[in-house]
Design a protein. Structure first.
Length: 365
């Protein structure tokens, strides 16, 4: 009997050994078998083998203690946790990871508690449009791997001529400025003016979802074309029963009732000029310090200089924001004063455009 004890213990352990070699990686395998039979000599039978290798959760429980003959056999060790990852949309520790293929849909089991991340390696970023690299660099207070999909770690990840910026985005040199390689960003180089822009022609806006038209006529503060992709430039770019207002297609209306039926909100009136729902359709719809209705259907402080005639030291209507100001250009100030950004003459002197000099004394209180 003593000679057979080792064989009995081996046979008892066989199921656990089999489980450790296979098993579904998404579930925990069965526990190890019980210990071997007791021996006839002073030495008891051996304990069962360890539990099978687990999936993303913990491994199987080890076998029971050895037989009763002689001293008790030792218990089998617990199975090791498996390396299989959780599928998207299943529990990850106490969290559920996103099922969005370009979101935090991977479960990082290397930390406790587990966490949902973008990626564990570059192939996990394959669904991304531009961000194809998995950032493994430590970050945050705990210095854990970032595990986020990014466009580049260094310039070798960028197209020829582009470099990887501090924001992990590839950029192209444009004089002394860098243009994005994102096709829906400022990726065109206006080299004569050393600036990055959206487009030069409508063809450059083809990748945009809705903004398909390149604005080459509107000028910026520097007097240069804005070169931005817009939803519309003229009403012809919009669908039927829509008009183009401020580069956006807006539904038309003929009565206030049509605006109210659409919820009204901040745009309860049908503007007779634009035929769109707005804050006002006439001055009578405005009140307080914004008594005038603009052609766009917004209540404003002024629409022309005459509306600022009663404003102390602010006789000019700024067409950029429809507010009464002291000046728009230096010509509105008395030298050596100049017009500041806030629409006030600064640096001495005063106004010569029909306003009162800021240096003139006011009446007693």
């Amino acid at each position: 009997m003593k000679q057979l004890a080792w064989l009995i213990g081996l046979l008892a352990a066989t199921p656990a050994l089999y489980a450790a070699c296979g098993g579904d990686e998404a579930t925990t395998t069965a526990a190890g078998t019980t210990g071997g039979a007791g021996g006839t000599s002073a030495t008891g039978g051996a304990g069962g083998t360890g539990g099978g290798t687990g999936g993303a959760t913990t491994g199987g429980t080890g076998g029971a203690t050895g037989g009763t003959g002689g001293s008790a056999g030792s218990a089998g060790s617990a199975g090791t946790a498996g390396g299989g990852m959780m599928d998207a949309g299943v529990m990850c520790g106490t969290m559920t990871c996103s099922t969005n293929p370009t979101g935090n849909n991977m479960c990082d089991t290397s930390v406790t508690p587990n966490r949902c991340v973008d990626c564990l390696s570059d192939p996990d970023c394959a669904n991304e449009t531009l961000n194809k690299i998995c950032d493994m660099r430590p970050t945050g207070m705990m210095m854990l791997p970032a595990l986020q999909c990014i466009q580049c770690l260094d310039s070798s990840h960028c197209p020829m001529g582009a470099t990887c910026g501090t924001n992990n985005q590839c950029t192209t040199m444009c004089g002394t400025a860098n243009c994005s390689t994102n096709p829906t960003g400022n990726d065109k180089c206006d080299l004569p003016n050393n600036r990055c822009v959206d487009c030069f022609t409508d063809a450059d806006c083809a990748v945009e979802t809705t903004n398909k038209f390149c604005d080459t006529t509107t000028l910026n503060m520097a007097g240069l074309p804005v070169f931005t992709c817009e939803e519309c430039l003229v009403t012809a770019h919009c669908a039927a029963n829509q008009v183009c207002i401020d580069n956006n297609c807006e539904s038309t209306c003929t009565t206030d009732a049509e605006c109210s039926a659409d919820g009204g909100g901040n745009n309860p009136h049908c503007n007779p000029t634009t035929r769109t729902c707005g804050e006002c359709g006439a001055d009578a719809h405005c009140m307080g310090n914004q008594p005038f209705c603009s052609s766009e259907g917004n209540c404003e402080e002024c629409l022309n200089d005459a509306h600022c005639a009663t404003q102390m030291n602010q006789p000019i209507c700024n067409p950029a924001n429809f507010q009464c100001v002291q000046c728009i250009t230096n010509d509105h100030c008395t030298p050596p004063a100049t017009c500041g950004r806030g629409g006030n003459c600064t640096g001495g002197g005063g106004m010569d455009a029909g306003g009162t000099s800021p240096d003139a004394g006011g009446g007693g209180g």
